[in-house]
Design a protein around this ligand. Structure first.
Ligand code: ZN
Length: 417
């Protein structure tokens, strides 16, 4: 007995310690089947986007649940129902999910105003995966525009999406303020998906960036997969078939497995290469911090707009007519910065702007200046802020400290006169 004790004591301590737990575990994934209910999404000659997306989403979730019992799978819809875009993101944010995967189908059709009919390019085919960012080409803008247009079916869209109005030519300006804290992780997952699509001989259209409202609102690594074109006759049949849906599901599952492993253990089987130059370019533009941790967002890393070289011109004076928050009248301010972390009043990111107010909304800290009764003065303030190094500053409206849409505020001004 004593011999045995000695033997045990001689063993190095670590022989008995359990293997180190990963610093990060991917415990929750949200699977978002695009469209649903009265929003069919893209239409093929036989199949609808909403049905294909739901089939793949449910099959993918089931596969993850079976193979990774520790991972909680959350669906934004499990039936043929309409879910607003912000609600989809909100489901993911409330659940504090680690990954958001949105499933869609593409179409190369557009409405020709001159010919007054829909024109389709029946040759365009293949799969592509999107991450949130600014579009670099008109073609990329078109895809996000089509996916964002669904908000027109929602009641309160300008308020829900920071004044976003798909009908406005300036609609996409809100995305230029966006700082993607999860760009690296999102790109990693997107690249894995495209690699797997290549493995099953799908036409690889690459990883792309544009402003998708559903991704704009999520606060975790997020991707949107356009699984193929319903406007391509053969691809439509593939997307609608059991075989096609099974192959796509397996490909996305394998990508999920690789991503999970890479994130948890830093074991990347092969560093995915971003497949489009524009993505690389965008990355270097937005990466204010070069070495990002592989695990979740490091709270000490600030995600703010990169400083410009030239010294900013400070707004000289506040516009006239600033009042002490009167009740029941619309007030205007200017939003000029968005951040994933709360910033101190004297943060250099504010470039010396005083009178900064912070609002927290759905995972973002929004910074505004001014609470002004006159819309004209707010526009002047917007101009001054734009000249002070915030080229994307835009006017926002409030009623009793709550955001309202500019349209509502304007209407109230008209009614009061
Ligand atoms: Zn879609």
């Amino acid at each position: 007995m004593s011999l045995m004790l000695t033997f045990f004591c001689l063993l190095p301590e670590y022989s008995f310690s359990p293997p180190p737990a990963p610093a990060y575990t991917l415990g929750k994934v949200v699977i978002d089947a695009g469209h649903g209910g009265h929003d069919s999404g893209c239409l093929g000659s036989k199949f609808k986007e909403k049905d294909i997306a739901l089939n793949i989403a449910l099959a993918l979730g089931k596969m993850i649940e079976e193979q990774f019992p520790d991972v909680k799978v959350i669906y934004t819809r499990k039936k043929d129902v309409f879910v607003e875009l912000h609600e989809r993101a909100s489901i993911a944010n409330t659940a504090k999910a680690d990954l958001f995967i949105s499933i869609h189908c593409n179409s190369a059709c557009f409405y020709d105003k001159k010919k007054r009919k829909e024109m389709c390019n029946k040759e365009t085919q293949g799969a592509e995966t999107w991450v949130m960012g600014l579009h670099k080409t008109e073609a990329n803008l078109e895809v996000s525009k089509r996916e964002n247009e669904v908000v027109l079916l929602e009641k309160d869209y300008t308020r829900q999406y920071d004044g976003f109005d798909p009908n406005s030519p300036e609609a996409n300006i809100i995305f230029s303020l966006y700082q993607n804290a999860f760009l690296d992780q999102s790109l990693k997952m997107a690249s894995y998906v495209q690699q797997e699509f290549k493995e099953i001989n799908r036409n690889n259209r690459g990883v792309k960036q544009a402003g998708f409202l559903v991704l704009y609102k999520t606060s975790m690594p997020s991707i949107l997969i356009e699984t193929g074109f319903l406007s391509h006759p053969a691809e439509e049949l593939y997307l609608g078939s059991e075989k096609g849906q099974k192959e796509i599901t397996q490909a996305v599952f394998k990508a999920f497995r690789s991503y999970k492993k890479a994130m948890e253990f830093g074991l990347s089987r092969q560093e995915p290469k971003a497949q489009e130059k524009e993505v690389q370019q965008k990355k270097s533009e937005t990466d204010s911090v070069k070495e990002r941790p592989q695990v979740k967002e490091n709270p000490s890393v600030k995600e703010v707009q990169p400083q410009k070289e030239n010294t900013p011109v400070k707004p000289q004076e506040k516009p006239a007519e600033i009042v002490e928050t009167p009740r029941d009248v619309p007030l205007f301010g200017v939003q000029f910065l968005l951040s994933k972390v709360s910033l101190k009043k004297n943060d250099p990111a504010f470039k010396g702007i005083k009178d900064v107010m912070e609002e927290f909304d759905n995972g973002f800290y929004k910074y505004t200046s001014g609470r002004i009764r006159s819309l004209d003065d707010a526009v002047t303030l917007q101009m001054m802020l734009r000249e002070s190094g915030f080229p994307d500053a835009f006017v926002v409206a409030y009623l009793n400290d709550k955001r309202i849409s500019l349209k509502e505020a304007r209407q109230m001004l008209v009614n009061s006169n």
